[in-house]
Design a binder for this molecule. Structure first.
Ligand code: GLA
Length: 748
């Protein structure tokens, strides 16, 4: 395992536990991609790519008479620009003559133990020496543009990371008009593409489609990774399922505008190029300057989508998240947003907290509206000073009362935004992104701060550091509630305006780095109008992100299902909210809401004072259940047991540790006269024995057996893993509006 280089053949072999990634420096010095997939042994792969003459695919100059050695046909590690490869390019670089051209040839390489870092950008880190680094340096001989291709090999995790760094080693100014992070050529195979699309309050809906012989694009130009397309794509064999078949993941570690193109070319080869979106992007590189791309996490599994997901879930938590909280149980919280919106005072918040504390809730989070002139979402952003009309005497009296209840205190902020109606905007018009001479497009009546400017980042660092230093705040919800338009910085010259959006992200990462480093005891949660920036870049700083502004448990099923393909349960912010639900008007049983929220960070977001005594008892039980099941829920290997988007009338999922397993199921479409539900469990040990510790049917209005009879039959029974996985388990007929099931197994 690890990285090997064969000097005789020029082959680099990156080996992980179950995958091989091979590339080769060819006789002309180009770095060709040879293979990525299930582990393979020795043997030259060049026979896979014999010369093939394709009309209108030009040959390298040196091969002009041979015909058949074409940059347009050979698989590439990172493409050049305008030199004969008509497929997707990684880079567009223009020199002072106006010529756009680059043809990268091998210069040198180095292999190091440990994991490279990327200056200013979030990226994976090694834990206990679990990574090796390969850097291959290439050069374009005409412009002098030098290219470092970075490979991080996490052998045990079956993840390979990639990134690129471009340095102007020439004597003239260069302009990058596109700078992708990587290219992955899959010369053979016919693939389905899975991606995660959506909208505000309906993020990460999984969609699977066969690749067309065309270019398909998953992207965002919004200055955020977005609700609309997550920067994560899976390619899989046409017959790959959750438990069988080959699949690849391509996940960008970036939170700004991104673009992943997947092209199936004239010969049926597939090329994936991913990185920063090139629309309106351009970056001036003076001699000596360098540009670093965001990182990509590549995964590959030959035994189905679940394994691929588990690789990402594990890797994100272990090697992307740096928060001290990534492996700890987060406090069960109560958030006041859907309980009060902007209308609250110290007393109303304390009332909510008192009730919550009496039921076992551990932290109160004060959401939007506590600062500036913030009685609605039209004003106040940027003025991070307490609104004394709502909170007389400031934050401390409130925090003291919350702490006296035995609860922690958390707070909401939106540091990257500025309201037009704010003291900060009145003082610093030029700190907002707006186009000269135009009224800006407004989102929630707010503008985006120019985080590419050091003084803006410094100012916000100061203000927020004061807030965290001067008050006993143990949690921060970091929101970002509009996308970036009118992208223009008052601080940059005309020829650098194409840099604004990426400079913004670098500024945000700088602020995040400063604050999370300076306040390691504060638990940070990311948020962007719900899950509008749910990506690996943010997860480097935040161990959790609010999954969606849609708190309806039934809608959350597909949102959390989609999210689970790339991200761990411990990262998914999820709360129990009121019914009828504020976004959909739907009513669901209180327990079903909890079953869904427990497969996330778990908390409440409603006025618990409005619940009946019986409901309050349920809340108490839910919190106890969450604490009892925490290990299996959040640390277990995660298995999807259904496809709620395309197939099933229920959503079911399972988590498994060495000691126990939990199956959760929500029935979304009850049917008359239906067969009982039958599910086959996964991930158990065939020969191990499992005792049914508990089986709960929540919210089912009637079953042919009484609720107790339907569950008593199982509780205490012992089954082998093979029985539960292959014969499966049959649940009694469930009826009613959105009943749910929790089946807890303990290994005996
Ligand atoms: C966003 C968040 C919500 C809430 C509001 C407050 O929409 O996702 O949870 O914090 O902002 O304005």
């Amino acid at each position: 395992m690890g990285i090997q280089f064969d000097t005789a053949t020029g082959v680099f072999a990156l080996e992980t536990a179950h995958t091989s990634y091979h590339m080769q420096v060819d006789e002309r010095g180009h770095l060709l991609h040879l293979y990525y997939g299930r582990s393979i042994g020795q043997g030259s792969l060049s026979a896979l790519y014999p010369p093939a003459d394709h009309g209108f695919s030009p040959d390298y100059y040196a091969c002009r008479r041979e015909r058949g050695v074409s940059p347009d046909v050979l698989p590439q590690e990172y493409t050049g620009c305008n030199v004969g490869d008509f497929r997707l390019s990684c880079v567009v670089v223009r020199d002072e003559t106006g010529a756009a051209g680059a043809d990268f040839v091998y210069v040198s390489h180095r292999i190091e133990s440990g994991k490279y870092a990327l200056e200013g950008l979030p990226c994976a880190h090694a834990e206990d020496g679990d990574a090796e680094t390969l850097v291959v340096t290439l050069r374009d001989l005409v412009t002098g543009l030098e290219l470092d291709l970075y490979y991080g090999v996490f052998a045990d995790q079956d993840i390979i990371t990639r990134a690129a760094k471009m340095r102007n080693n020439g004597t003239h100014t260069l302009r990058l008009e596109k700078a992708a992070s990587m290219c992955l050529d899959l010369p053979f195979g016919r693939w389905d593409m899975i991606h995660f699309h959506g909208r505000h309050a309906m993020e990460r809906q999984m969609q699977r489609t066969p690749l067309a012989n065309a270019i398909q694009t998953v992207s965002s130009t919004r200055g955020a990774s977005s609700h609309h397309h997550n920067p994560f794509v899976i390619l899989c064999d046409r017959d790959t399922t959750e438990s069988a078949g080959l699949c690849y993941g391509v996940m960008l570690v970036y939170s700004g505008s991104h673009r992943t193109d997947i092209e199936v070319d004239q010969n049926g080869s597939t090329r994936v190029v991913t990185g920063i979106h090139d629309e309106r992007f351009s970056w001036k590189l003076e001699p000596g300057e360098a540009f670093t791309t965001p990182e990509v996490l590549l995964g590959c599994a030959s035994d189905g989508l679940t394994t691929l997901s588990q690789h990402y879930q594990h890797f994100i938590r272990r090697n992307i998240c740096r928060s001290p909280f990534r492996y700890t149980r987060r406090p069960v919280l109560i958030n006041n947003w859907e309980a009060t919106y902007f209308q609250f005072t110290t007393d109303t918040i304390c009332k909510i907290a008192e009730k919550a504390a009496s039921l076992g809730v551990e932290m109160l989070v004060l959401d939007d509206g506590w600062f500036g002139k913030r009685d609605d979402d039209n004003s106040g952003l940027g003025d991070w000073f307490v609104n004394e009309k709502k909170l007389p005497g400031g934050l401390d009296p409130l925090i003291q009362r919350i702490n006296a209840l035995g609860m922690k205190f958390g707070i909401w902020i939106e540091p990257e935004m500025i309201s037009e109606d704010s003291d900060l905007y009145r003082a610093h018009h030029d700190w907002a992104l707006t186009l000269p001479g135009r009224d800006p497009a407004m989102g929630r009546d707010q503008l985006v701060l120019d985080f590419g400017r050091d003084e803006v980042v410094d100012y916000i660092t100061e203000v927020l550091s004061d807030l965290l230093r001067n008050h006993h705040i143990e949690y921060v919800k970091w929101d970002m509630n509009r996308n970036m338009s009118d992208v223009y910085s008052r601080a940059l010259p005309p020829e650098r305006q194409g840099e604004v959006a990426h400079r913004y992200m670098l500024g945000v990462y700088r602020l995040l780095d400063r604050l999370t480093t300076a306040f390691p005891d504060v638990l940070f949660e990311g948020c962007a109008g719900g899950g509008g920036r749910f990506d690996a870049g943010m997860l480097a700083y935040f161990p959790q992100i609010w999954c969606s502004d849609d708190t309806d448990a039934i809608e959350r099923l597909t949102i959390q299902h989609g999210t689970s393909f790339g991200y761990p349960v411990s990262a998914m912010g999820a709360h129990v909210s009121a019914c009828p639900n504020h976004q959909t008007g739907r009513s669901t049983p209180l327990w079903t809401r909890a079953v869904v929220a427990m497969s996330g960070t778990f908390g409440y977001e409603l006025d618990l004072g409005k619940l009946s005594d019986e409901e309050c008892e349920q809340v108490k039980e839910q919190i106890e259940t969450f604490k009892k099941l925490y290990d299996v829920l959040q640390n277990g290997r995660y298995y999807r047991l259904s496809n709620p988007i395309e197939e099933h009338r229920y959503t079911a999922w399972q988590t498994v540790t060495d000691k126990e397993s939990l199956v959760s199921l929500v029935l979304t479409h009850p049917e008359a006269n239906s067969r009982p539900l039958h599910i086959c469990l996964r991930g158990l040990e065939e020969d191990a024995l499992y005792r049914v510790e508990s089986l709960h049917l929540y919210g089912t209005t009637s079953t042919p057996e009484s609720g107790a009879a339907a569950t008593d039959r199982y509780v205490g029974a012992v089954y082998s893993g093979s029985t539960l996985m292959y014969a499966g388990c049959t649940l009694t007929q469930l009826v009613g509006d959105f009943p749910s099931v929790q089946l807890h197994l303990v290994r005996v």
